[in-house]
Design a protein around this ligand. Sequence first.
Ligand SMILES: O=C(O)CCC(=O)C(=O)O
Ligand SMILES: [Fe+2]
Length: 217
Amino acid sequence: MKRCSKLIAENREQTIFNHVGKKIQTDREIEIVAKIEEPLIVVLGNVLSDEECEELIRLATDKVKRSKIGTTREENELRTSSSMFIEESENAIVSRVEKRIEAVMNIPIEHGEGLQILRYTPDQEYRAHHDFFSAKSHVTNNRISTLVMYLNDVEQGGETFFPHLNLTVTPRKGMAVYFEYFYNDASLNDLTLHGGAPVEIGEKWVATQWMRKQRVR
Ligand SMILES: O=C(O)CCC(=O)C(=O)O
Ligand SMILES: [Fe+2]
C-alpha cells in the first residue's frame, strides 16, 4: 500500500498550493474541508470572518453606486451577474484579507488583479468557463490560480460547479474554493472548467482572486 501511494505522489505534477494537513495557519486558522488531488481543487473553511464578508459587500455596493449603476455592467451572456474590482488596499480589512489570500494561494498579492466582487440575483449565473486565457488570445501573463470566496449564504442555487469533475460546491459565508491550472499537462488545466449555477432564491455574493504568472502591480 505504502509503495503504491508513493508512486502516485511521484507521478503527480507539482502544485502551487503547498499546504499539507487539514489546517492553514494564517492570522486565522483556515480549514481544508475537502480536496481533489489532480487537478487540485480545495474547499476551504473559515477563510473570512462575517465582518470581512460584510465589509467586502459594502465596499462593492458603494462602488456600484459611485459608478452610477449600469456603466460597470457587462452585457455578456456568459456571465449575467454584476461585478466590480476592489482596489482599495488602503482599507485595513482589504489589506488583511489580501495578506491571508497570499498565504493561502502561496503567491505574492502583486500577482493578483485586485479582488473582484460578483453579485448574482435570481436567474443570474456564470456559465462554464476557464479562468485562464486560451492560447489564441496571445495573453503573455496568463492566470494560473483562482480563489472564489463566498460572502453570503445563498437560499437556493448558486453552486460553483466543475462539470468535468462532477463536483459542486455550495456557497457558505466565509468559505472558499481554490483551484489552479498551471500544469504542464494541458488536459489537467482543461478539467478546471467551472461556473456559477443560476441563483434560484436569494442573492449570491462572491469575491474572486485571480493570480497571474508574473506580477501585475
Ligand atoms: O460564482 C461562482 O461560483 C464562480 C465564480 C467564477 O468562476 C469566477 O469568478 O471566475
Ligand atoms: Fe471562474
